[in-house]
Ligand binder design. Structure first.
Ligand code: ZN
Ligand code: ZN
Length: 677
């Protein structure tokens, strides 16, 4: 092969520019920097060089409102991909978030290699990476048995030990199709037909003798898959159609190290122990009843108390922050939902109309129209704005059966909903105040970390959205500015806006590092227009207010579910359904128990006395199993001293303390919403 005479410029992240012959690979560049660096790289990220960096950032800012194009400009390639044009190059190491996905997809190839070596008559479907691992779909007349899976796992280890390089190859589409058809590879034939066009060179990856239709990229070799595990086997119909052959989907997960994999399974185990459905039953917090229907939550007395504390905090905080409390009906005339546009844009999530004697009615899926009617009930002046209406409003939304999940995915729930009606000049301050409030909610309930997303519209899918181009530009601009004023980092998600306007979503991070979507702040220029809302401005003229929807718990049910999992049911003192458990050592201490109980209750504490004729240790254990924060034990000695022996659910015996001192300590912890005991 003649040496290329063309030279290209490769821009490295540190600003250095390397002039190299066209055809140079990222691996060669990595090696030229340091062979040790090359050894820990898994891929390269390329970004076309066009204009200066400053120009590129400005363009991104402008286009981000309309499309995700800036993301498409960047691509991951194999370390062995020849570079053919000037490019920015970033070497991707194992700790890069995208590296794990590549590794897992590579592990899917390794799995398919093992399956074909053991069961050569198997036909291949596809094998993508998922959020927690990967799968591969196979067709085989005889279903895989657990023994087969064990054999497959052992063979996977061999394929990894062979450390076969993943080699990118191409063949003409017609040839590829002919070969797949000849071999009866009906799924591969389908994928090639669907994803390529006549005349294409079809992309394949080879490791050893295994070849798969795939666009890549891949890690350099099978040996880079350091830890892999087959996790499950499930049936799936080809193309999701039950008339088609049944496939066998083998699930697995993979990591760059055994240590990371061990941590992953430890996390799963911990998450299973924290499952709010399990704890909800164990701690008698809530239930979902077959007779009543799926997705409908029954709050038991202990859950009810936690809910009261959550709601009291929320209502008090709303009042403190200048909100007004309102209540609105659960069913309203269908006509209202036509005016609001829910009939058109949201009907799929609403329950069927109910025919009453005067009109058709529908259950409310949202509280907004109710709050709008309150706004509209009297004339408003610019002096009245902003009007902030807050309601813990029950809403009902249709979710497909089978998608319900404890408190997290339900059909009836309570939004801590508020709508702010204001002038367009006030909007930024209001959004900033909403974000402040959301931060206060997260911090108070024990979440220190969160991630923020700005969901914008997709102007190419106009039918999905109400409102004008100018309206959307104004709305997205205000949300962006508010986030920037707060100095909050955020990610833009095009096409994820509500039909009536763009939104800011705040996702909290729980103790296991899982993300939960709860708080949302949404801009709306559509409903004020539909309902012809007005205020009289300083100029004496009529103007249209703008509207912000915001929910901070999101759904009280869902937030409670997350709280249960975050704390593993061991709520902080201020939230705990029973804060103090009383354990009289014997029957003759029952009168003292009554006195202690009365004093604690008078101090506002939630108390339960275990006066059963059981052993002291059994009673202590039962309170600890119920995750009761404090357990007070007392016998003759304590009674004489007017004291109690204090235990916590986690740390055990804390020694004896005068009752008055314990009460003062508990009250201080509650007042500060402390997570300490
Ligand atoms: Zn692949
Ligand atoms: Zn709303």
């Amino acid at each position: 092969m003649p040496m290329s005479t063309q030279t290209i410029a490769v821009h490295l992240p540190d600003g250095a520019i390397r002039e190299v012959p066209a055809g140079t690979t990222p691996l060669e560049i990595a090696n030229s920097i340091s062979p040790r660096l090359a050894a820990v790289c898994v891929a390269a990220r390329l970004t076309p060089v066009s204009g200066t960096v400053a120009e590129k950032l400005a363009a991104e800012d402008e286009s981000a409102m309309y499309a995700a194009e800036d993301a498409a400009a960047e691509r991951l390639v194999d370390l062995t991909t020849p570079l053919t044009a000037d490019t920015r190059l970033e070497l991707v190491k194992e700790n890069d978030p995208e590296a794990l996905k590549m590794l897992r997809h590579s592990a899917a190839h390794v799995l398919a290699t093992a399956v074909l070596e053991l069961f050569p008559d198997t036909k291949l479907g596809h094998g993508p990476a998922t959020d927690s691992g990967f799968f591969y779909d196979f067709y085989r007349e005889k279903p895989f048995t657990p023994e087969d899976l064990a054999l497959i796992e052992a063979r996977i280890a061999l394929v990894i030990a062979r450390n076969e390089p993943f080699v990118h190859e191409f063949s003409p589409r017609e040839q590829a199709l002919a070969e797949f058809e000849r071999d009866g590879d009906f799924m591969k034939t389908h994928f090639v037909t669907k994803f390529t066009v006549p005349g294409d060179e079809v992309s394949f990856y080879r490791n050893g003798s295994f070849v798969d239709f795939c666009r890549g990229p891949h890690v350099p070799s099978t040996g880079r898959v350091k830890a892999v595990k087959v996790t499950a086997l499930a049936g799936a119909y080809w193309l999701g159609d039950e008339k088609n052959p049944q496939l066998q989907r083998i699930y697995g997960t993979a990591f760059f190290s055994q240590k990371e994999m061990d941590a992953h399974f430890a996390r799963l185990e911990e998450a299973a122990k924290r499952d709010h459905r399990l704890l909800g039953k164990q701690l008698d917090l809530f239930s979902i009843q077959e007779l009543a229907g799926p997705g409908l939550v029954f709050w038991h007395p202990k859950g009810g108390i936690v809910r009261k504390v959550m709601e009291d905090w929320m209502r008090d905080e709303c009042l403190r922050r200048g909100y007004l409390l309102v209540f609105t009906p659960h069913v309203m005339r269908r006509e209202l939902w036509k005016v609001s546009g829910h009939e058109g844009h949201y009907a799929g999530n609403m329950y069927s109309p109910m025919e009453l004697d005067d009109a058709e009615y529908r259950l409310k899926p949202m509280n907004c129209p109710g709050h709008i009617l309150i706004y509209k009930s009297s004339p408003r002046s610019y002096r009245d704005l902003p009007q902030r209406y807050a309601e813990l409003g029950n809403v009902y939304r249709y979710e497909r059966s089978g998608t319900m999940h404890g408190l997290l995915r339900v059909r009836g729930f309570t939004q801590d909903d508020a709508h702010i009606f204001c002038t367009s000049g006030q909007i930024e301050d209001e959004v900033v105040a909403c974000i402040d409030f959301a931060e206060a909610v997260l911090k108070t309930f024990g979440f220190n970390e969160f991630k923020v997303e700005l969901s914008t519209w997709d102007p190419n899918d106009r039918a999905k959205y109400a409102g004008s181009d100018e309206g959307w530009a104004l709305a997205e601009g205000s949300l962006r500015t508010a986030l920037e004023r707060k100095g909050i980092e955020y990610k833009t998600i095009p096409g994820e806006a509500a039909f009536y306007g763009p939104k800011i979503d705040i996702k909290l991070v729980d103790v296991l590092g899982r993300l939960w979507q709860l708080s949302t702040v949404q801009f709306d220029f559509t409903l004020p227009a539909r309902f012809e809302l007005e205020y009289v401005g300083e100029d004496g003229e009529k103007h249209q207010p703008v509207m912000v929807h915001r929910a901070l718990f999101g759904s009280v049910e869902r937030f409670f579910g997350v709280l249960i999992e975050h704390y593993a049911g061991a709520f902080p003192l201020w939230l705990a359904p029973v804060q103090v458990g009383l354990v009289p050592i014997s029957e003759r201490h029952h009168p003292y128990a009554k006195k202690v109980e009365a004093e604690l209750k008078a101090a506002g504490l939630r108390v339960e006395t275990d006066s059963r004729n059981e052993k002291m240790n059994g009673k202590i254990r039962d309170f600890a199993n119920q995750k009761t924060p404090y357990i007070l034990v007392f016998g003759d000695k304590e009674e004489t001293a007017g004291a109690v022996s204090v235990r916590t659910r986690a740390k055990g015996d804390q020694g004896s303390m005068p009752l008055a001192e314990f009460i003062a300590k508990a009250k201080a912890l509650i007042a500060s919403q402390s997570t300490e005991l």
